[in-house]
Design a protein around this ligand. Structure first.
Ligand SMILES: [Fe+2]
Ligand SMILES: [Fe+2]
Length: 335
């Protein structure tokens, strides 16, 4: 009888030994799992590519390729990067295990297997995978929402994606580490999420804004922060969302923080945001040339508003060719 909490899931067994495959099928099927089989690395990878399972049980020694190579291919593909892979080890040496760990193996199960050992581990890993799927789904929903907000106004279509791309290139030149860049990038994708509450009449107004309308617009970092702060995974992106309209001399909003209190990732996104706003058509004016945009940015640096290095590095990014068309299009897809 399957234990009541066993989640139904698809498990792919990649092993050239038919007896092993049959044994695993016999152990796992009664527990409620759908077991699929592959006898070679090629066949296993083809199945994973066609329809990724929830868990892979992988033999270390396969006739066509090693289990290490299979694992490497799984981890290299963004769509299966987080797929749990358990290595079935008969006589694996310690160095083989270390090798597999460095490649991102999720767990090892020694052969021969016993049902008592196999089932609890499989169940735990499948649960983990299902949680990861839910989490990924939630992120996709928010990302779609962010894109919808950009798309609501034809003038800002693709804006957040481009800001994320520009910011990432500036940060790379600045030598920021990958983790900081990743958080910054996500923050950039959601930086204007709070615009969701701004009425169209204000957001797309062709003329100058009244003081009241400006106040409504200036609420968007606060609203974005409020929307994202309950989500644990978004926590590191919040400074970018909340502070992207601050200025180094404290004359920005919403908090009016200044100098070192504004993290570097936020300063970078601010520069990228202004540049993209200046060089694209807006309801109230046409796109400005790159040179005019940099004149305005440089003036802002002289006024003590924006980060000098950020502007200089953005200039280098643009002089290097800026964003490719595909990067412009893909910017918003990549979190
Ligand atoms: Fe904004
Ligand atoms: Fe923006």
């Amino acid at each position: 009888m399957p234990p009541p909490e066993a989640p139904s899931a698809r498990i792919l067994v990649i092993d050239d030994d038919e007896q092993v495959r049959r044994l695993l099928r016999r152990l796992l099927t009664p527990a409620g799992y759908a077991v699929e089989e592959a006898g070679t690395a090629e066949e296993g990878l083809a199945r994973i590519r066609a329809d990724p399972p929830d868990l892979v049980l992988l033999d270390l020694h396969l006739p066509d390729r090693s289990g290490h190579e299979v694992l490497e291919s799984i981890r290299a593909d963004p769509s299966t990067r987080l797929l749990p892979v358990v290595m079935l080890t008969g006589m694996a040496t310690a160095s083989e295990k270390i090798h597999a760990q460095s490649e991102g193996v999720t767990d090892f199960i020694p052969k021969p297997f016993s049902q008592e050992e196999l089932l609890p581990r499989v169940r735990a890993l499948v649960m983990l995978k299902l949680f990861a799927d839910e989490h990924e789904h939630a992120e996709r929903v928010i990302l779609t929402l962010a894109r919808t907000i950009d798309a609501r106004d034809s003038y800002t279509s693709g804006h957040s994606g481009r800001v994320a791309e520009y910011a990432d290139r500036i940060a790379t030149r600045m030598g920021l580490d990958a983790a900081a860049r990743n958080d910054m990038r996500r923050g950039a994708l959601f930086h204007d999420l709070g615009k969701i509450v701004i009425p169209d009449a204000v957001l797309r107004k062709p003329g100058a804004l009244t003081a009241e309308e400006r106040k409504i617009i200036e609420e968007h970092p606060v609203v974005g922060n409020d929307l994202l702060s309950p989500m644990k995974t978004m926590r590191k992106t919040l400074p970018v969302v909340y502070h992207h309209h601050e200025r180094l001399d404290g004359s920005g909003y919403p908090e009016g923080i200044s100098g070192a209190a504004i993290p570097m990732t936020v300063r970078i996104v601010t520069v990228a945001d202004i540049f993209d706003a200046l060089t694209t058509d807006r309801a109230y004016r046409g796109a400005l040339s790159v040179d005019t945009a940099f004149e305005i940015l440089t003036e802002g640096v002289q006024n003590g508003w924006w980060d000098k290095d950020g502007v200089a590095l953005l200039r280098a990014v643009i002089d290097d060719g800026g964003l490719s068309t595909s990067a412009q299009r893909a910017g918003v897809e990549a979190v």
